[in-house]
Design a protein around this ligand. Structure first.
Ligand code: ADP
Length: 244
């Protein structure tokens, strides 16, 4: 798996590097000396691909550090509503530009989590929802408190067996009315560099690492993350965070 990762990473890094090299090569050789518009275009290509490389390297390092446990989550008591409001504030400009209506249903529940990393997860999911939705549509962010194990506990008490107490967790939902995700991709999109339509996603500035980072963060908090979708109708991303 490590070999495969290295080969995928080197491919992903080489692609923008090759573009930068050929654009700068043309300029360095003076082939475009009398063509200011083409020269400008080559500089833009080199600049955009440099930004892509920076994003890729930052994301790869982020995943590697989280997965290897080198980055510890700075967990503290925080309020779910505050995290949601902050994430939505960060995404408002992008949503306005894409003409997407953002609707927030927060809940004031305390949880033990790394606030920056949870905001990073929510903004990532909101950014995807906005990217893959048509103008004029709505993206919803909501949260609800859920209990796990209550039924099991009742069962076991009746049978006089020992059982663990029910755990409470928060269920976050990010729902969109976008293009949707094919069923066979609902799980693979959480792997590194997996995109449903790579050319389209890259055009949107995506690296294919966002969901892998979200999954690492959520798992480091003892939660789960998954997606449900109806093609052409929209997608809902869910993640849970245990609170007790
Ligand atoms: P990217 O940087 O490409 O957005 P992600 O890991 O965040 O990388 O997402 C991987 C892929 O999952 C995207 O390229 C896209 O194909 C698909 N995807 C993610 N979120 C959505 C969504 N809300 N609607 C449709 N497709 C999505």
């Amino acid at each position: 798996m490590k070999d495969e990762f290295v080969s995928v990473v080197s491919h992903e890094l080489r692609t923008p590097l090759t573009s930068i090299r050929s654009a700068l090569g043309l300029l360095a050789r003076g082939s475009l000396n009398n063509q200011p518009e083409k020269s400008q275009r080559m500089l833009e290509i080199a600049f955009d691909n440099t930004n892509r490389l920076v994003r890729l390297i930052n994301d790869i390092l982020d995943i590697e550090r989280i997965n290897s446990g080198k980055v510890t989550m700075h967990k503290q008591t925080c309020n779910a509503a505050d995290l949601m409001i902050q994430a939505v504030d960060e995404m408002r400009a992008m949503a306005e530009k894409a003409e997407i209506h953002l609707e927030l249903t927060p809940a004031s529940v305390q949880l033990w989590a790394d606030p920056d990393r949870i905001i990073q997860t929510i903004t990532n999911l909101l950014s995807n929802a906005i990217k893959f939705s048509p103008p004029g549509s709505t993206v919803w962010l909501s949260v609800e408190l859920q209990q796990e194990g209550e039924v099991r506990k009742a069962d076991c008490v009746e049978k006089n067996k020992f059982t663990t107490p029910p755990t409470s967790y928060l269920l976050f939902q990010i729902k969109d009315q976008g293009r949707g995700i094919p069923e066979d991709k609902l799980e693979t999109i959480f792997d590194c560099f997996q995109q449903v339509d790579a050319s389209n996603s890259r055009h949107q500035g995506g690296t294919g690492l966002g969901l892998a980072i979200c999954r690492s963060i959520v798992q480091q908090h003892g939660g789960k993350i998954w997606a449900e979708s109806i093609l052409g109708k929209g997608s809902t991303f869910y993640f849970t965070l245990p609170i007790g």
